[in-house]
Design a binder for this molecule. Structure first.
Ligand code: ADP
Ligand code: MG
Length: 322
């Protein structure tokens, strides 16, 4: 197996009493889009800063592109592109000037630099505004320019921290499309922090869910939903209300998760499709009049909230122990 692009072991960082990152161990493989999900304050931005060598860890280790970010931050940042939560662009310079200035900092020689800047402006839909001041740009345009800037030196690894935060749906979709394109077409490794779950589902090969500095879960959407027992949601349409005993009979089946029943609709989560015939048989035996059975994979949003609920239940259970 190839060496992971990012590898952390018990990585930790505290700010006074706050454990912003609290023992993270994970790997990011070459070419994948890896999502870091979690509510505000979960520790996503701190993780990015640790991995990029902007902050020193208070415990544990990280290797990024074969380097230790705490020791070799400068060399590392030559090979990474970063889009921070609030990208600082020079508002009084034009889009072209912003990119050219950044390229010069990265010592990209002329005429390479001018060509590359023109190509990026074109690709990011900013060519017609290239010589306008950035201060006059919309938030979506600024974010596209910031993304172009993060890519200008053609880094193999990109850190994108909330790239669509505060954008309207249209601008947000444009940025998402761009990220999808550059990961699929150009094969870059991307670490994406977001709390937009549909965006994560669209873009990420694997996700890690964080809360209070810790990792609650990690995997592909399928792996996560299987491990939570929410492998498949089965929607069952009924012609008549269920007999009282039917739901209780369903609960007695093994491999059944949540059951929700409202008027003529039943939602049952099962481990996988092997469990569906037993659900239908049980319902028919209990006198249910079934109109339709529609299985579907749960969304990342459903899986995410199940992960959060399981974690909360677990922490309530530990807190209850005297
Ligand atoms: N420079 C800092 N000084 C003090 N506390 C910080 C600093 N940066 C982050 N924190 C704290 O660390 C925790 C994690 O923050 P952050 O990594 O920004 O989370 P996220 O990006 O997931 O919203 C929060 O409680 C935050 O207040
Ligand atoms: Mg953040």
């Amino acid at each position: 197996m190839r060496v992971p692009v990012i590898e952390t072991e018990s990585l930790a960082r505290s700010f006074g009493p706050v454990r912003a990152v609290d023992g993270l161990t994970f790997q990011v493989r070459e070419g994948e889009v890896f999502g870091l999900l979690g509510p505000n304050g979960a520790g996503k931005t701190t993780t990015v800063r640790l991995l990029n060598g902007v902050l020193r860890p208070s415990g544990g280790r990280a290797r990024v592109l074969g380097l230790d970010p705490a020791q070799d931050g400068c060399r590392l940042r030559q090979q990474t592109g970063v889009l921070t939560e609030t990208p600082s662009l020079y508002e009084r310079l034009t889009a072209r000037e912003n990119l050219a200035l950044f390229g010069a900092l990265y010592a990209i020689p002329e005429p390479d630099l001018s060509r590359r800047v023109a190509r990026m402006l074109e690709e990011f839909g900013l060519a017609d505004r290239a010589d306008d001041r950035v201060g006059e740009f919309s938030k979506g345009m600024k974010q596209r320019l910031a993304l172009a800037r993060a890519l200008l030196h053609e880094p193999p690894l990109l850190f994108l921290d909330e790239p669509t935060a505060g954008l309207d749906p249209e601008a947000s979709r444009q940025v998402t499309e761009m990220i999808a394109r550059l990961s699929r077409r150009e094969g870059r490794t991307v670490l994406l922090c977001t709390h937009h779950l549909s965006e994560a589902q669209r873009l990420c090969d694997r996700v890690a869910v964080m809360d209070r500095g810790r990792l609650l879960a990690l995997g592909t959407l399928e792996e996560l939903s299987r491990s939570l027992g929410t492998g498949l949601q089965v929607g069952i349409g009924l012609q008549a209300p269920l007999p009282d005993t039917a739901v209780a009979a369903l609960r007695r089946l093994s491999s059944i998760g949540d059951i929700r029943y409202t008027s003529l609709q039943l939602q049952v989560s099962v481990a996988d499709e092997e469990a569906v015939p037993a659900v239908v048989e049980t319902l028919v035996r209990e006198g249910a009049r079934i109109l339709s059975v529609v299985p579907r994979q749960p969304s990342l949003e459903e899986v995410y909230f199940t992960i959060r609920r399981v974690a909360q239940d677990a922490s309530c259970a530990t807190e209850a122990i005297p």
